[in-house]
Design a protein around this ligand. Structure first.
Ligand code: SF4
Ligand code: SF4
Length: 539
């Protein structure tokens, strides 16, 4: 944790009084704990991105190219032509304020520039100044601002305090998507070399080794084999986990954190147990060893480049379709962008469960199915023998990760699975779940340590809802289906709601799954002792 971390009782005192300075004043104080380190030049060089150099946001001189302003204005013009949505978002906002109090960063910081309407205005004011007649003639009177170095620094500060979660867009009567505006602003900043480290190094790692963590093929293999050994110790069942097996029916791709971080690892054990038990004909890949796509937090071009490897690997291995693990933004890329960026993937087949025969027709273009859809279908058809009492030491709730919830509408499947494998499940308040779910506060590449104060502030609304079910129902486990959530909700809850752990949905599945030939389980997948064993049942 950063040295700048205040105590919870201090951080919870949020000041909502408006600043005496108007919103047009771009002055920003880069206070420790609220901003992210710049990307090191080596990663920009590796990725072929412009203006690699050493600099930090606190420097007076950001070492921009002499014509930085022309580059950005030209980039904005190109994107207004290319993306009709951007033009509509720039022209449409009526300042109704419906989105104003919906952003977790505004709720947790009280900073008016974290209101989605004002965040968008930071870019819109430049658009107005340079691209509208009223702005050209009336300037500030028409809400226009010149793109000065201070405005650019303000962009960097606030567009890296947006997790692109899209909660605000749910409440906008015009459907304005501030996340898309943030994505455009980040693209524009990247044109002159303004990038953050926590996004660019994972991207370059992904280029080099196939995954964000930079795990090399032999490390990937070791990790999977270690998990197989550990699962055998717990269950007495030796599972097969094939890697790079040509001719398998299904390619399974999951975030690298699942095989290299905790608590993700317990979810990995759950996948391995499940695939063995149903006899799935599948393979892992040491090349497509990452489901996540940090390109989404940088630019459309990077999304496309990183996404392509998954499909290249599916083609190389000759599989029929792809099954994807518990990840958040991976699914936004697949469902919202892949079809037109690298698809349709017509060389693959429309996914069909080899166990139940269910055809996943909604994946007809991407040929990729979410693990929760796959598992919910197995349970619905009675293909799994489950003993939910093996999760009785957990009193669970479910955090809808922003992208599966709002970008995919994946709301019922995880709940159906959890209720099938856990006896104790409690929902958080309804205005904090499903489409209205609150972000973890650390998505979109902001899950780093130097901005921890901002992460804790942004995570406050989610933590408040967890506190509610912890107080009322003794909830001690927050389940989620996103690798970033698993990583970042853990320190968030340690800070705001001690006593609540974080876990994955398939960790619960792995606990409850009664495997053929298993020994009597004495611990769950975390190695925690089970309560007294009760009768198992078919679901
Ligand atoms: S997308 Fe999320 S983080 Fe960004 S302004 Fe909207 S609510 Fe805030
Ligand atoms: S809800 Fe939509 S129209 Fe209203 S202020 Fe926010 S972005 Fe503008």
């Amino acid at each position: 944790m950063s040295e700048h971390k205040p105590k919870p009782e201090e951080l919870a005192q949020v000041e909502f009084a408006p600043s005496p300075r108007g919103w047009m004043d771009p002055t920003v104080e880069f206070r420790k704990g609220t901003w992210c380190y710049s990307a090191v030049p080596e990663t920009l060089e590796y990725l072929g991105l412009p203006n690699p150099r050493r600099w930090q946001p606190t420097d007076h001189d950001w070492k921009l190219p002499d014509n930085w302003r022309e580059i950005i204005v030209h980039g904005l013009r190109e994107r207004l032509r290319k993306y009709r949505s951007l033009q509509v978002f720039m022209d449409t906002c009526v300042r109704c304020g419906a989105c104003a109090d919906k952003c977790h960063f505004f709720i947790g910081s009280g900073d008016p520039k974290n209101m989605p309407v004002v965040r968008a205005e930071l870019l819109r004011s430049v658009y107005r100044n340079d691209f509208t007649t009223a702005g050209r003639i009336l300037g500030k009177l028409a809400g226009g601002r010149e793109l000065t170095i201070d405005v650019l620094k303000e962009w960097f500060y606030y567009f890296y305090q947006c997790t692109e979660c899209r909660r605000c867009s749910v409440f906008c009567p015009y459907g304005i998507d501030t996340a898309e505006i943030t994505m455009m602003a980040r693209e524009l900043m990247s044109l002159v070399g303004l990038n953050i480290e926590w996004i660019c190094t994972p991207m370059s790692n992904c280029y080099r080794t196939g995954n964000h963590l930079g795990v090399q093929p032999h490390g990937f293999k070791d990790s999977i084999e270690f998990a197989v050994d550990e699962l055998e110790e717990i269950t007495g069942v030796r599972v097969n986990a094939p890697i790079n097996r040509k001719g398998a029916e299904i390619l399974f791709i999951t975030p690298s954190a699942d095989y290299f971080a905790s608590p993700h690892y317990y979810t990995l054990l759950g996948y391995l147990a499940l695939f063995h038990e149903i006899g799935l004909d599948y393979t892992w890949s040491s090349y497509a060893s990452e489901g996540g796509n940090f390109g989404l937090f940088h630019s459309a071009e990077m999304v496309k480049r990183l996404n392509a490897k998954m499909y290249a690997e599916a083609r190389r291995l000759g599989v029929k379709w792809i099954l994807g693990g518990e990840c958040g933004h991976m699914w936004r890329v697949i469902h919202q962008y892949m079809g037109t960026m690298n698809g349709p993937a017509d060389f693959l087949e429309v996914p069909r469960s080899p166990i139940t025969g269910t055809e996943f027709v909604h994946a007809a273009s991407t040929k990729m199915v979410h693990i929760s859809e796959f598992t919910a279908d197995l349970i619905k058809h009675g293909r799994l023998k489950l003993d939910p009492s093996r999760n009785d030491h957990w009193r669970t709730t479910f955090h809808d990760s922003c992208n599966p919830a709002r970008a995919m509408g994946l709301l019922e499947e995880p709940r159906y699975i959890i209720k099938s494998v856990c006896n104790h499940f409690f929902e958080m308040p309804e205005n904090t779940i499903r489409e209205q779910t609150f972000c973890c506060g650390s998505g979109a590449g902001l899950g780093t340590d130097e901005n921890m104060e901002m992460r804790l502030r942004g995570g406050l609304p989610r933590a408040n809802a967890v506190q509610f079910v912890h107080d009322r129902h003794d909830v001690n486990l927050l389940l989620c289906m996103c690798a970033i959530d698993k990583a970042t909700l853990t320190p968030l809850l340690e800070y705001w709601v001690p006593g609540v752990d974080v876990g994955g949905v398939h960790e619960m599945v792995g606990n409850a799954l009664v495997m053929k030939g298993e020994k009597e389980r004495t611990t769950d997948l975390r190695g925690q002792p089970y309560p007294a064993k009760e009768d198992s049942r078919n679901v």
